[in-house]
Design a protein around this ligand. Structure first.
Ligand SMILES: [Zn+2]
Length: 310
């Protein structure tokens, strides 16, 4: 059984073991999350003073040489572009006094993007690319203090008006201090568990959802595992063993009919003995029908029987 199938969540068709690699990333990211989360003093202050990271949308970017520990944390998290993009897309801000939020590069508007991405031309012209929201926008009298490298042209003035309208429309602030938000969870707080779920979603490329009858308590766990192996073609049938040269092909006949090779489809669908057993079940439920040849589809159709439809 391929390991990437085993570690996928049960809802995605796996056994739900989870990726150790993603768990490690989620735990490491907690250090970066806590580094700039309004905590003053202690190890955060020491790291900020020593390495002076530049924050982009709440995620630090370090320049210069780091200690081996911090180099390991940063390189593990930010060296993979997909992970970095995923984190940037899921970090936002709740505006308090605006002093710890970067006006251009932090995602603090109700929209999901940043002003840098919405107005790239104005960002390039700005003399305040690293300024805080409070430096540029007065939350009390709602006035702007924008400065540019040169006078704006008529078209750029139109962009400036659009920017002001965007800020006034999208700004939601509270009386509390600025706070980072983890958009992936309704609480807004980052946890290693929610980080792990997010990272796992990145690697869930195959869309193999588990049938509704699986993993829901209808059967003991060992039966669920048996069905899961069946759906993945990994039951140790005679043909499975013969393909791996554990037994000879001559010995791989179905023990019921002794005519065909014992494959999963034969053993569970096509064998006359099995077929008559399915017929008994259908009669028992007082209905008739045909069975899908694919085990997954077959199981889905039986779930309809549980719900009174077949
Ligand atoms: Zn048979």
């Amino acid at each position: 059984m391929a390991w990437h199938k085993v570690i996928k969540s049960k809802s995605s068709g796996g056994l739900g073991l989870g990726s150790i690699h993603n768990k490690n990333l989620a735990l490491l990211f907690k250090w970066l999350w806590n580094l700039d989360n309004g905590v003053v003093g202690g190890w955060q202050e020491h790291i900020l003073l020593k390495y002076r990271p530049h924050f982009i949308n709440g995620i630090p970017e370090f320049t210069g040489s780091l200690s081996p520990t911090w180099h390991g944390i940063v390189s593990a998290i930010l060296s993979t572009q997909n992970i970095a993009n995923l984190l940037h897309a899921n970090v936002g801000f709740k505006v308090g006094d605006g002093r710890n939020i970067r006006f251009w590069t932090d995602s603090w508007l109700s929209s999901v993007t940043t002003l840098q991405l919405l107005f790239p031309r104005l960002y390039n012209l700005s003399l305040q690319q690293k300024s805080s929201l409070a430096d540029i926008y007065n939350l009390t009298d709602t006035s702007f203090n924008l400065s540019w490298r040169r006078p704006l042209r008529p078209r750029e003035n139109g962009m400036r008006e659009s920017l002001i309208a965007e800020v006034q429309r999208g700004l939601i602030f509270s009386d509390s201090a600025d706070r980072k938000l983890w958009k992936f969870h309704s609480s807004g707080m980052y946890s290693a568990q929610s980080g792990c779920v997010l990272f796992d979603s990145l690697s869930a490329t195959e869309n193999n959802h588990s049938p509704v009858l699986l993993w829901n308590g209808y059967a003991p766990p060992k039966v669920d595992v048996f069905i899961w192996l069946l759906l993945h073609g990994s039951l140790s049938t005679q043909s499975f063993l013969a393909e791996r040269r554990i037994i000879n092909y001559e010995e791989s006949h179905c023990p019921f009919c002794c005519k065909e090779t014992e494959t999963i489809n034969h053993l569970f669908h096509w064998c006359p003995i099995t077929w008559s057993l399915w017929g008994c079940f259908l009669n028992w439920f007082g209905c008739s029908g045909c069975l899908h040849k694919d085990p997954y589809q077959n199981l889905q159709e039986w779930s309809g029987l549980i719900n009174g439809k077949f």
